[in-house]
Design a protein around this ligand. Structure first.
Ligand SMILES: [Zn+2]
Length: 275
């Protein structure tokens, strides 16, 4: 065959690529039919570099989608996935410290205890922490504290120990609403075991939320073993503020709460209707 020069432009990067001579494949001494030809380097109008880039991008997109699914699974649904990010957190003077501690949280070195009344953003912050750590490929477990007993009970001793070990091993363990659920001797004993084991193994990455300060928690439990373990392990940060979930909702008297949770100045007086 005579040599000829044919050049194609990649339709993506517009690089000019000359056709290539693909040598014949010899079978015995004879060239295989259809081999020994000039070929374009393009496939579907694209050069090998552009095809490799597209393939890499496609894999990245697939990985991002798969990660999204796993985070939704971790957080327990689309809604927490949409809502519980650091970016959507509304910082106020009462929660600023908790927000900063949460953003800077180092799961390999710190444990965090966030407490304050309902609706000030504790769960939002710890879910954002969980999500961030999970996306950083750490193993993360979110455990509503009230379900602790249920998650471990009804199993034989070996399974029970395996369930406890999993909570001990998690690189990040979120214990949400401590003191908020049923407080049984069993769940308390399991929690004590988890905290002791994490502490003894120098495993950080525990994040706890509660409506109660550790003193209040000790009083509520009538036992200070768990609160004292937490004091020794955790940075304790209080969140203050009014329940943001009530902000903007009409009150019984027709007033609307502003962001601070106070009824607005322009609201009509509450109480028995006049006239
Ligand atoms: Zn190209």
């Amino acid at each position: 065959m005579t040599a000829f020069l044919k050049i194609d432009d990649c339709k993506a990067c517009h690089r000019a690529l000359p056709w290539e001579w693909v040598p014949a494949i010899l079978l015995g001494a004879k060239p295989l039919a259809g081999t020994g030809v000039w070929c374009s380097q393009l496939t579907g109008g694209l050069c090998p570099t552009c095809i490799a880039t597209m393939e890499t991008n496609r894999k990245k997109e697939q990985q991002a989608l798969a990660l999204r699914e796993r985070v939704i699974d971790l957080l327990g649904g689309e809604k927490p996935y949409r809502e519980f990010t650091f970016e959507t957190f509304e910082v106020t003077p009462g929660n600023r410290l908790a927000y900063e501690r949460s953003r800077q949280f180092s799961p390999s070195a710190e444990n965090l205890y966030l407490w304050g009344p309902c609706g000030v953003g504790k769960t939002h912050l710890v879910y954002a922490i969980a999500r961030h750590c999970f996306e950083e490929t750490l193993s993360v477990t979110i455990l509503p504290a009230g379900q602790l007993g249920r998650k471990v009970r009804m199993k034989d001793p070996v399974q029970e120990q395996a369930a406890i070990d999993e909570f001990v091993r998690a690189e990040v363990l979120v214990l949400d609403e401590l003191g908020g659920g049923p407080d049984t001797a069993f769940s308390r004993q399991v929690l004590q075991e988890i905290l002791d084991a994490r502490d003894f193994h120098d495993r950080a990455g525990l994040v706890v939320t509660s409506q109660y300060s550790l003193d209040q928690l000790a009083a509520k439990m009538g036992d200070d073993r768990i609160p004292s373990r937490l004091v020794g392990m955790c940075q304790v940060v209080e969140l203050k503020g009014k329940d943001h979930r009530l902000a903007g909702r009409p009150l019984a008297g027709g007033a609307v709460r502003d962001a601070s949770g106070q009824a607005g100045d322009s609201a009509p007086p509450r109480g028995p209707a006049v006239g």
